[in-house]
Design a protein around this ligand. Structure first.
Ligand code: IVH
Length: 698
C-alpha cells in the first residue's frame, strides 16, 4: 500500500503540517488529507500509530476548519466525509441495535462519592447496591446470538455503526459459537464485552514480530483492536485473542422479548451468562451495599491489578438492579448507572542518556535505551528496548531527550515518544553501529527487514544465546542450564555449541566454584532427561528463524524423523498449516546447511531423540492430500461443515481465507469478496457446488 519511502515522506509531511501550511489553502487541504488517510491506515489497519492522538486531532481539526471555510475543496474521499471514523472499508458496516455507549470516568474517592450521591438522587432511594468489576483495556464488541448460535460479531466503531467482524470473532476460542439459550427461553440476545489479549501472548507476539524484522505493536489494546480487523481469519486465530463479556444490551432487556426470566440484577446476569459458558468477570466482580466499600475495593484492586492476565485500566462500578438502571437512564454518551474508576496512568518521563546495542540469538541487533531510573507501576525502569532502527527513526529519538515511558502491567516498558517541546538543541542523534558489538563483523540488513544483523554464525553472543534457547523451558527444558551457567561454561571453554551440552567434561565442572556434587548431579540428570524430549521441542530448540513453538509442532507432526526435512522443498513445506513462504524458506535453508546436519548427527550420537512416533496426525495420503479448499457464499447442496469434513477425510485441508496457498474455492450463492479476490489472484480453481461434488467423488 505504502512504500517505505512514502511512509517516510508522509510522516515528515504530517510533522511539518502541525505548525506550517502549504503555499495555498488548496495545497494544505490536499496534504492534510493525504497524511490523515495515512495516519488512519497506520492506526486502524496496522495498529501501529505514527502520530500522538493529540497531533492527529490537530491535523484533523485543521482539515475540517479549512474545508468548512472553502467548501469547494471538500472531496468525497476526504477523511472528514466518513460517516464514522474508524470504519475501514474492509468489513461491512452494521448498525448497532442500540448505541454502544462509553463510560464516564472518575479518578478518586471524592469523584466516586459524588457519583454515588447523584445516583441516589436519580434513583430516589438511599441504599443502592453496586457491583464492581475490572475495566478491561481492549476493544469493545457486540455479539448477537440468534436461536442459540453466534449470528454476528461487530466492533464498537463510532458507537452507532460498527464493523461486522463475525468471521474473526469466530476465531476467538473464549467466545462460544453456540450456547443453550433456547432452553432459557432466549431467541435473540445481544451481549457486549471486550476483546482482549493476554499480556504474555502479546509479549510473545511482539517478540516474534521483532524477530521477523517488523515493528512491535504499542500495547495489548492496539494489538486486540488491530487483530479484530485483520482480513485473514487464520492470522486472527494465531494471535490467540481472548474475550470478557460484561453487559447484556438494553435492547434485549428493555424490548423484553428475550429478557432472561427472573434475572433482575447485573450481578446475576453475568453469573447466568457465565453458567452458560460465556466468559464474564464472574470471578472478579463483587457486590457492595455502600460506596465506601466500593472505594476500599478500588484501592485494593489497584494494588493487585497486575495479577490479572489481561491489562486492566480501572474498575467499572454499576448500579446492580436492572429496574433502577432503567429508571436512571443514559445520556447520549454514557449510562448514568455506571462509571469507570480509572487507575493511575503508568507513564512517566525520564531522560534518555545513551543507547546500547545488544546481539540476539539470530544476530539481530537491538538498540536498548538507557534512561535515568524512573518508577512506573511499582518497578524501577532503567533500560527500555527500542526494538530496531525503524522504531528509533519513526520516533525521532535523540540522546538527551526527555522521553515518555509507559509500562502497561507486566508488559515490558516502552518509549511512547520524545517530548520534543522540551528539547534544548543539545540532543544528539542516535548512531547505529556498522559492526557487531560482540564480534566486530560487518552488520547486514535485508531490504524488507527492520533489523541489522550480525551474520557471523560463530559470533560468541549468538553461540551462547543459541545454547540458552536450546536449553530453555519451552525447548529442551534443561533445568539449571540457564543464562548464567551457559555463559560460565562457555567462558571456561567447557561448552562451545549445542551438541557440546551432551559432552561436558564433568571432572572440570566439579572444580568450578559453586558446583557441589548435588548441583552437578542435578544438571547431569536434567541433561540426560532432555534426550527424550519430543521432536517438536528439539525443532523449536534448534532456533530456526521464524520457527516458534507452534510451527515447530506443525513441523514435527509432519515427519517421523527430523532428517526427512533434508529433502523437503519450499512447496512441500508450504502445504503444512500456517507455514508460508518465509518460514518455508528459512526451514529449507536451515536443513541445507552442512554445519546444521553435522549438529544433528552429533545430537544423534549423544542419544537425543530425533524421531516422532506419532507422525500422521496430518493426513498426507488420500486423493486430496496437500490440496487446500475454502467454501464461500450460501451452499444449497450440502452443509459447509459436512463438505469440510469430506475434504479433510480425503487428506485435503481447509483454509480460512483466500491466499496464494488456496487451491480450490467452492462458491455457493451470493459469494462476495472472497470470490473477487480469488479471481484477481488467478491461481485459484473456482468450483461450483456440483463441480466440487464431482471432484470429491472422482
Ligand atoms: S460497561 C452501557 N464494563 O470501557 C455499558 N465497559 O471507557 C457500557 N469496558 O466502551 C460498558 N471493561 O468498551 C463496561 N467491565 C466493563 C468494561 C467496559 C471495559 C470498556 C467498554 C467501554 C469503555 C469505556
Amino acid at each position: 500500500m505504502y512504500t517505505q519511502q512514502d511512509e517516510k515522506r508522509l510522516y515528515e509531511q504530517a510533522k511539518h503540517l502541525l505548525s506550517h501550511d502549504a503555499a495555498s489553502a488548496e495545497g494544505t487541504v490536499i496534504q492534510l488529507r493525504e497524511v490523515i488517510i495515512y495516519a488512519d491506515w497506520k492506526y486502524y489497519v496496522q495498529s501501529n500509530p505514527v502520530l500522538a492522538d493529540s497531533e492527529y486531532d490537530i491535523l484533523f481539526k485543521k482539515l475540517k476548519h479549512l474545508e468548512d471555510k472553502y467548501p469547494e475543496l471538500v472531496t468525497a474521499d476526504s477523511p472528514t466525509q466518513r460517516v464514522a471514523m474508524g470504519l475501514s472499508e474492509r468489513f461491512p458496516s452494521v448498525s448497532h441495535l442500540v448505541p454502544m455507549l462509553s463510560l464516564d470516568n472518575t479518578y478518586n474517592a471524592e469523584d466516586l462519592t459524588d457519583w454515588d450521591r447523584r445516583c441516589r438522587e436519580l434513583a430516589g432511594i438511599d441504599d443502592i447496591e453496586y457491583c464492581a468489576e475490572p475495566k478491561y483495556d481492549g476493544a469493545g464488541i457486540s455479539l448477537i446470538y440468534e436461536n442459540g448460535n453466534l449470528a454476528r460479531g461487530a466492533t464498537r466503531g463510532d458507537g452507532v455503526m460498527g464493523e461486522d467482524v463475525t468471521t474473526n470473532i469466530r476465531q476467538i476460542k473464549a467466545i462460544p459459537l453456540s450456547a443453550a439459550l433456547i432452553k432459557e427461553g432466549i431467541q435473540q440476545i445481544e451481549i457486549r464485552g471486550e476483546i482482549v489479549i493476554h499480556k504474555n501472548v502479546f509479549e510473545a507476539f511482539n517478540k516474534q514480530r521483532v524477530a521477523e524484522g517488523l515493528s512491535p505493536l504499542a500495547n495489548p489494546r492496539n494489538a486486540a483492536s488491530g487483530t479484530l480487523r485483520i482480513l485473514d481469519p487464520n492470522e486472527v486465530k494465531k494471535r490467540g485473542l481472548n474475550s470478557i463479556l460484561y453487559h447484556i444490551s438494553d435492547y434485549t432487556l428493555i424490548e423484553g422479548h428475550s429478557r432472561p426470566v427472573g434475572l433482575l440484577t447485573h450481578y446475576d446476569a453475568l453469573q447466568w451468562l457465565y453458567s452458560l459458558g460465556f466468559p464474564t468477570p464472574a470471578k472478579e466482580m463483587q457486590k457492595f451495599k455502600h460506596i465506601d466499600q466500593v472505594i476500599k475495593f478500588c484501592h485494593e484492586f489497584e494494588a493487585r491489578r497486575d495479577d490479572l492476565p489481561f491489562e486492566v485500566d480501572g474498575l467499572v462500578i454499576k448500579v446492580n438492579d436492572f429496574g433502577l438502571q432503567e429508571k436512571m437512564g443514559s445520556t447520549s454518551h454514557h449510562p448514568r448507572w455506571a462509571v469507570a474508576y480509572k487507575f493511575k496512568a503508568r507513564q512517566a518521563t525520564s531522560k534518555l542518556r545513551r543507547v546500547e546495542f545488544q546481539v540476539g540469538r539470530v544476530g539481530a541487533i537491538t538498540p536498548v535505551a538507557k534512561i535515568d531510573p524512573v518508577h512506573i507501576g511499582g518497578v524501577t525502569v532503567t533500560s527500555v528496548s527500542l526494538f530496531n532502527e525503524d522504531v528509533v527513526r519513526e520516533k525521532d529519538l535523540r540522546i538527551g531527550d526527555t522521553v515518555l515511558v509507559e509500562r502497561a502491567g507486566d508488559v515490558i516498558p516502552y518509549i511512547v515518544k520524545p517530548l520534543t517541546e522540551l528539547r534544548t538543541g543539545e540532543e544528539e542523534p542516535i548512531k547505529f553501529p556498522t559492526n557487531c558489538p560482540a564480534c566486530n563483523s560487518e552488520l547486514e540488513k535485508q531490504p524488507e527487514e527492520a533489523a541489522w544483523r550480525c551474520i557471523n554464525i560463530n559470533c560468541p553472543v549468538q553461540v551462547v544465546e543459541r545454547m540458552i534457547h536450546f536449553a530453555s523451558k519451552d525447548a529442551m527444558d534443561i533445568r539449571s542450564m540457564g543464562n548464567a551457567n551457559v555463559q560460565k561454561f562457555f567462558e571456561l571453554g567447557l561448552l562451545n555449541d549445542i551438541p557440546g551440552i551432551y559432552n561436558i567434561n564433568w571432572n572440570r565442572v566439579q572444580h568450578i566454584e559453586g558446583f557441589g556434587e548435588k548441583s552437578v548431579n542435578n544438571l547431569k540428570e536434567a541433561i540426560e532427561k532432555s534426550k527424550g524430549q519430543p521432536l517438536n521441542r528439539l525443532i523449536f530448540g534448534l532456533g530456526i528463524r521464524h520457527v516458534g513453538e507452534t510451527t515447530a509442532k506443525t513441523l514435527a507432526s509432519a515427519v517421523s524423523d527430523i532428517r526427512e526435512f533434508y529433502t523437503w522443498d519450499i512447496d512441500k513445506l508450504s502445504v503444512l498449516e500456517d507455514i508460508g513462504p518465509k518460514v518455508a524458506t528459512s526451514v529449507v535453508d536451515f536443513f541445507a546447511r552442512p554445519e546444521n546436519r553435522h549438529m544433528i548427527d552429533l545430537l544423534e550420537q549423544a542419544g537425543v531423540n530425533l524421531k516422532n512416533e506419532n507422525k500422521g496426525q496430518m493426513k498426507t495420503d488420500g486423493a486430496l492430500a496437500g490440496k487446500t479448499f475454502l467454501f464461500t457464499g450460501t451452499l444449497s447442496q450440502f452443509k459447509r461443515s459436512d463438505a469440510e469434513a469430506m475434504v479433510e477425510e480425503k487428506g485435503g485441508s481447509i483454509l480460512g481465507g483466500v491466499s496464494a496457498k488456496l487451491n480450490y474455492l467452492v462458491v455457493g450463492e451470493d459469494a462476495g469478496s472472497k470470490l473477487d479476490k480469488a479471481k484477481k489472484l488467478g491461481t485459484v480453481n473456482i468450483l461450483s457446488e456440483q463441480e466440487f461434488l464431482t471432484l470429491i467423488n472422482s
